[in-house]
Write a protein that binds this ligand. Sequence first.
Ligand SMILES: Nc1ncnc2c1ncn2[C@@H]1O[C@H](COP(=O)(O)OP(=O)(O)OP(=O)(O)O)[C@@H](O)[C@H]1O
Length: 350
Amino acid sequence: MTTLSLTGVAKSFGRVPVLRDVSLTVPAGTRTAVVGASGSGKSTLLRLIAGFEHADEGEITLGGTTLTAPGRFVAAHRRGIGYVAQDGALFPHLTVEQNVRFGLPRRRRDPAQVREVMELASLDPALAGRYPHQLSGGQQQRVALARALAPGPEVVLLDEPFSALDTGLREQTRQAVVEALEASGVTTLLVTHDHDEALSFGRQIAVIAGGRLVQSGPPSAVFDNPVSAEVAAFLGAAIVLPAWAGSASDGVDCALGRVPVRHDRSNGRPGARLLIRPAQLELRPVDGAHNAVVEDVRSRGSHAEVLLRTAGTSSVLIPLRVPAHEGPAYRAGMPVSVTVAGGGVLYPAD
Ligand SMILES: Nc1ncnc2c1ncn2[C@@H]1O[C@H](COP(=O)(O)OP(=O)(O)OP(=O)(O)O)[C@@H](O)[C@H]1O
């Protein structure tokens, strides 16, 4: 088990900067997910670590070994890094067994070793003689993982390995992959554009935007206290309301009334925005005093979406999910009381 470290890594293609000043440590034997929008530089980051591309600046080290630094570049096949591509990139003319066997060092290429690695990736031995086109997408990804783990790498890099799978298979494959990574104890870096996947993958999440690593830390800490309202919205449904009076210690006034401040990121700048997660809102129909009115109710099958308009002069529209069976309890024009459980995160106005 080895720690992977990046320090001040930068990369441009031609004149276009794709990554700037990226520093990240993945502690030995742990899993980190890098999440970012399409084009934010995630695959480029993995390709630099794998040694498929040269960095313009910065250092990449694995344990005590420098892989990339000014004047130093260790070739990809000497890095001890496994790579799983988005589509698995299996050899189409080789069977499952032959694909996995290919990953093993020559001296360990015996059937028992192949079986052991297949087992690690939860692959049924009955699949050994099949060709990649005879496998489901999830099985292909597990073969790709088995092949990547076969040589006993120090680090495994996963480039959106679940993105081509449909929802049910995706969850199941992700679980199998996490179990295999856990059992092998390999240091892992996953890139994905899916925030749920990133938040549930490992010990650390790193958010990349516009080629910069804008925040990293334990998933619950980053989700709870995002560096900006933009990062907050990227990581999940977010309600961002103007806040116009009060203080971080006493709570601030917004369209839903006075709300406590859980984290203050406004740096005392006047004019502020308050982040609340929809799961914090408790909704209840009322006859008298209310702070919002139902604007619309839509059934979405598994749940209902209730669109609220907050009361007061600077009214705001808030879409809120309620369980499907609660949908009929609401109708347009109905006054409701909305309370906020826990506090919000306060940001400057822009
Ligand atoms: N070899 C290359 N030559 C020129 N530009 C490139 C090259 N590789 C990537 N880029 C550009 O770098 C930017 C980042 O690409 P990258 O593939 O790293 O993003 P990504 O976050 O992985 O995106 P996606 O989620 O869509 O795969 C993009 O604008 C892309 O067009």
